[in-house]
Design a protein. Sequence first.
Lengths: 237, 103
Amino acid sequence: MYLCDAIMHIMEGFLPWQWCLIWWIIALPCLMFGIYQLKKVLDADREALPLLGVTGGFIFILSSLKLPSVTGSCSHPTGTGLSTISFGPWITAVICAIVLLFQSLFLAHGGLSVLGANIVSMGIVGPLVGYGVYRLLRDTSVNIYVTVFLVTALADMFTYVTTSLELALAYPAETGGIASSFILFMGIFAVTQVPLAIVEGIVLALVFKYIVALKPDILIRLKVFSEEKINAARSEC
Amino acid sequence: MAYRYTLELLAGIAIVAFCAMFLYTSATMSGAEFAGSDNVGSGLIAELSGRPVDNFQPLISQWEPPSGEIESCLFALQAAVGGMLVGGVFGFWAGQARGRRAE
């Protein structure tokens, strides 16, 4: 299905090589920094490894689901919110790179030349926006599940906004240029994605509740949320 | 305690609403629209670049699943890898929590 592929991951051959190169140049340093951070986190606390497994597992599961949406087309959730909150955007970029590599090698979904662009949209910009929201809300009185919902939904939405921008930059419209082309791509992608992003946000907030219930100490040690907030959330479980 | 299962309820409602929306869309949209929507993304790229869709060739040649069934199988495999990780770790944590309570 072209639309599914073109929406979630830009398909192999659909970006000119100059743009592929530019997105790779942006993605590579982020990935290297992510690998460095990952090593640091795991060296400091081996107990973080299972949490990494869970957050990565959800990216694997959710990005494999092609879900139908209101527009009569289908698209994927991204599942990057949990990892963004627990480990930050750079480690999330590394997990996304692994998922995207799997999909380009075995599913012809995305591709090696456009992998950089897909990592930037799903693994870097989406999670960065989510991380910004998380940092903004972390120390406020906003409920932690509302925070997880917003981070997840916005990380998902901004993945698609970035994909639209990447395509608009490569294919500006004859009249109106990049802006007009961006609006056209957004018109296709945003409507499809809104319901998926909302459902994904709620489902991952629920998953976070179970993490809080079963393994609150790792969230406190990684300073994901303050001890008071985690304990308050636990008392609701 | 009154709000203990609020999230579970919300998730249930969201999923049911999502399914209802899909059923409504698929029942009210004609087959032609569905067929057309398949190509909207790449169609728009073709329109903006002035090149037909078939003209876009992979820059790096890639292996394609020989059939839709094998593609589904590989997608399911990807979900299974994720499911095993999530299930395994949650089981491990639940065991740890039970062990702590038993001590």
